[in-house]
Structure formats: structure tokens, C-alpha cells
Design a protein around this ligand. Structure first.
Ligand SMILES: [Zn+2]
Length: 429
């Protein structure tokens, strides 16, 4: 979807408590109820109180369902479960005014901006996102506000970040006094301190822990993209998180850092740029997901050629990592590594999330596998397979539709025409 079409105003509108029709009857021309399986023609989805009550063959007359059942006519559309992005940063968007914004915007300003970005994401067809963090409390508030129906947006699974001093999760590129001010309590060194930081993140509301086992592209110092967190720090974070029922996702570019995080037991590797044969073996053994974020790689590699606001240290990493990501991803998914869809949006513009699908397709993934990565695989990664990811009785009515089947043309996902989340229609072109 193009940003101009986004109904941003709606993002800030407080949800009115006008009662929704309890029952909606969706006529689906083509239905992909379970990505990875086949499609069915002329199906009816009955939605009651935000959940899928049942799916029936043929087009059922709403009058035969209930007196006030409302028809949603998608009889000439391709209908599938809402998309899910396992790596977004709703609190910001990469651009030339980032440093200025950091000085000028209050936390309240950022919170409002996050709500706008969340709404753009929902309107692009992404009904659930995993926010990979930066300052936790704001995102927890957005998550909770959406969950409670106070504001609109996608379902949010929110990270608490744990990182090491000077590492990718730490503040960089500012004068010392400001870095001191901006250093988060979740920055830690050594296993015991990282155990504290993990518990700290969970105490304040983290749904999962996001770590950075290697350096990163956008860190403004010359610390590379190799392993930064030590094996004992990684193991401690994973076990402290597991003890409190939380999974760990690790940002990782360099091979040693990918492998160390996988050995420590993380649930997913984010980016996974230098995934090699040894990493693939560890992925397959552990069952961890790869969240490829090819869109972030492409975005930073393109920007490095033109953006004056990027330092030389960032540009060097951006060109190298951006160009290496796709080939390694292709090798990994062909070897059977489990993939969950993720974009790192915030590096790219919010609302452009589906561009990732086009890049995954260019890297040789089938359209069917891409749709599964963005629905059932993502739901599995966040332990929500019981409630989202497919169109089946008992699950939330998170449903999107396109004119043409994305199984035939993956670029259709760039222009989602219909978005329903929890039974509420947000977009119906
Ligand atoms: Zn990220």
C-alpha cells in the first residue's frame, strides 16, 4: 500500500464505544484459510464477537445466521489470515531528522508517533506485530491501549531489550553527557548483570527479550558486526527469561554470534546475515526461526549510496551487510530453516512491510511459503497458534483480502484492500 492512501487520522481517533454488530457474515470468493494448504472457492466466514464462529461452504444468507448479521461482501476477492511482522520498531523511522528529533521530541510526542506508525502497519494488512524494541514502557502502553480497545492498531508483542555496554543496543554517536543520560537500565555486562537486566525488562512489561549477540549496522561506532555478547551472557539471558516464561530473540549478523545465540537457546535469529552451513545445522537442531529482514538490508544498502546523514562507519556496514543478506537467506530457507516473516520496519518506512515478501520471493521462496511465514509460522514463534494465524473456528477474526491472489502475484500484498482485526473492519476499498 502507498503511504498516501493511509488513513492516518484514524490512528489517533479514540475508539468510540458504539456497539459493533455482534455478527458479521463474510462471503469469500477465494479463501486461503490455512496458508500452506489449498484454497477453497465461495466460502462463508461467520464472525461473532470478534472471533471466527465457523466457516461454511457456499455463500450463506446473513438472514439465516441472525437478525442483525451484517454482510461483508468479499465474493470477488482473495481472503486470507491477517499478516504478521515479527520485527518492527514502531517507535521511530530512519531518516535525516533522527538526531534532531531525539533532542526535540518528548516521550509523549514519540508515543503519539508510535500510535500513528502502528496504524499505518495495520492498514497495510499486518494485524499482529512483534515490536523488537527500544524504550520499553512506551510500547507497552501502546500495546495495552490497543489490547484494551482504547486506541486502534495491530496486536503488539513487545520486546524488552537487553544489551551490553557499547554494543548494538546501547546508545551511540552522541557526546558522552548525552549518552550517559540516554543509557537504559537494561544495558548490562557479565552474566549476573545480564540476568538482572533480563528480569528488569520482564518486570516492566516485556513479552519477550530482544538481545543483540553481534554488532549492528546502525550503531555509530567502529565495532563491526561480529559476536559481542559473550557465551555466558547469552546463556544467562536465555535461562533467566525462560524461568519467567519468556522467549529470547537475538539480532545477529556475524556467523559466530548467530551460532552462539543458537547454542544458548534463543527462539529466533533476527537478520541472520552470515548464516552459513554451521549455522544452518544449529537452526535445524534447535528449531529456532530465522527472521530475515531483507527489507532492512536493502533499505540501508540503498541509503548508504545517497544519505548524507549516515556516518562512514555506518555506510561501510550498510553496504556489506545489505548486499550479503539475500544470498545467505536463500541458502538457509532452501536447507529447511524455519522462517518467520520480519522486516525491521522503522529502518524502512512503516506501512511498507509487504515489500519484504517481494524480496523473499526474489530469494527463491515460494509464494505459499512466504504467506505461511507471515501467518502460521509467526503465530508459532510467538506462541499464539491457538488464537491467530489461520481462519478457523475459535480464532480471532484477523482477516485481509486482495483483488488478485498473492499466490499468483506476491506483489498483491503491497496493496491490501480489506483489513479486519478482531472482527472490526478497518479498511474496505
Ligand atoms: Zn531491528
Amino acid at each position: 500500500m502507498k503511504p498516501g492512501k493511509v488513513l492516518i487520522a484514524a490512528a489517533l481517533a479514540v475508539v468510540s464505544h458504539a456497539t459493533l454488530a455482534d455478527t458479521k457474515v463474510i462471503h469469500a470468493g477465494t479463501l486461503l484459510a490455512v496458508p500452506g494448504e489449498g484454497t477453497l472457492q465461495n466460502q462463508t466466514i461467520i464472525v461473532s464477537d470478534g472471533k471466527i464462529a465457523y466457516v461454511r461452504d457456499g455463500f450463506v444468507d446473513p438472514a439465516n445466521v441472525s437478525d442483525d448479521a451484517e454482510l461483508v461482501d468479499l465474493s470477488d476477492m482473495f481472503v486470507m489470515p491477517g499478516l504478521m511482522d515479527m520485527h518492527v520498531h514502531l517507535q521511530g523511522e530512519l531518516g535525516p531528522t533522527n538526531y534532531r528529533d531525539a533532542l526535540k521530541m518528548s516521550d509523549s510526542d514519540k508515543l503519539v508517533q508510535s500510535i500513528e506508525f502502528a496504524m499505518r502497519t495495520l492498514m497495510a494488512g499486518f494485524t499482529t506485530v512483534r515490536d523488537a524494541g527500544n524504550t520499553g514502557e512506551e510500547m507497552y502502553a501502546v500495546r495495552d491501549g490497543i489490547e484494551q480497545g482504547k486506541i486502534d492498531g495491530p496486536r503488539i508483542i513487545a520486546a524488552g531489550g537487553v544489551g551490553i555496554t557499547g554494543g548494538h543496543a546501547d546508545v551511540s554517536g552522541l557526546k558522552p553527557e548525552w549518552m550517559e543520560l540516554a543509557t537504559d537500565a537494561s544495558i548490562c555486562d557479565g552474566p549476573y548483570d545480564c540476568r538482572r537486566a533480563t528480569r528488569h525488562a520482564i518486570k516492566y512489561g516485556a513479552d519477550f527479550i530482544k538481545i543483540t549477540s553481534t554488532g549492528g549496522v546502525m550503531t555509530d561506532n567502529n565495532t563491526g558486526t561480529g559476536q559481542q555478547m559473550t557465551d555466558d551472557e547469552l546463556r544467562e539471558v536465555v535461562s533467566a527469561a525462560a524461568a519467567m516464561g519468556r522467549k529470547v530473540a537475538s539480532h545477529a549478523h556475524g556467523t559466530e554470534g548467530i551460532n552462539a545465540a543458537l547454542r544458548a537457546g534463543v527462539a529466533s535469529i533476527e537478520h541472520g546475515t552470515y548464516t552459513d552451513e554451521s549455522s544452518i545445522k544449529l537452526f535445524l537442531e534447535s528449531g529456532a526461526y530465522l527472521v530475515p529482514t531483507l527489507l532492512a538490508g536493502k533499505t540501508v544498502a540503498d541509503l548508504a549510496l545517497t544519505a548524507e546523514y549516515m556516518s562512514d562507519a555506518i555506510k561501510e556496514k550498510a553496504v556489506r551487510v545489505g548486499n550479503d543478506m539475500k544470498g545467505n537467506f536463500e541458502r538457509a530457507h532452501k536447507a529447511g530453516v524455519k522462517v518467520a516473516f520480519g522486516t525491521d520496519s522503522g529502518v524502512s518506512a512503516h506501512g511498507d512491510n509487504a515489500r519484504e515478501a517481494v524480496l523473499m520471493s526474489e530469494a527463491g521462496m515460494s509464494n505459499q511459503a512466504i504467506l505461511a511465514a507471515a501467518t502460521i509460522n509467526a503465530a508459532d514463534l510467538i506462541d499464539m497458534s491457538d488464537s491467530i494465524g489461520t481462519i478457523e473456528a475459535g480464532k480471532f477474526a484477523d482477516i485481509i483480502a486482495t483483488e488478485v491472489s498473492p499466490l499468483e502475484n506476491i506483489e498483491e500484498l503491497l496493496d491490501v484492500d480489506f483489513v479486519m482485526k478482531g472482527g472490526k473492519v478497518y479498511k474496505n476499498k
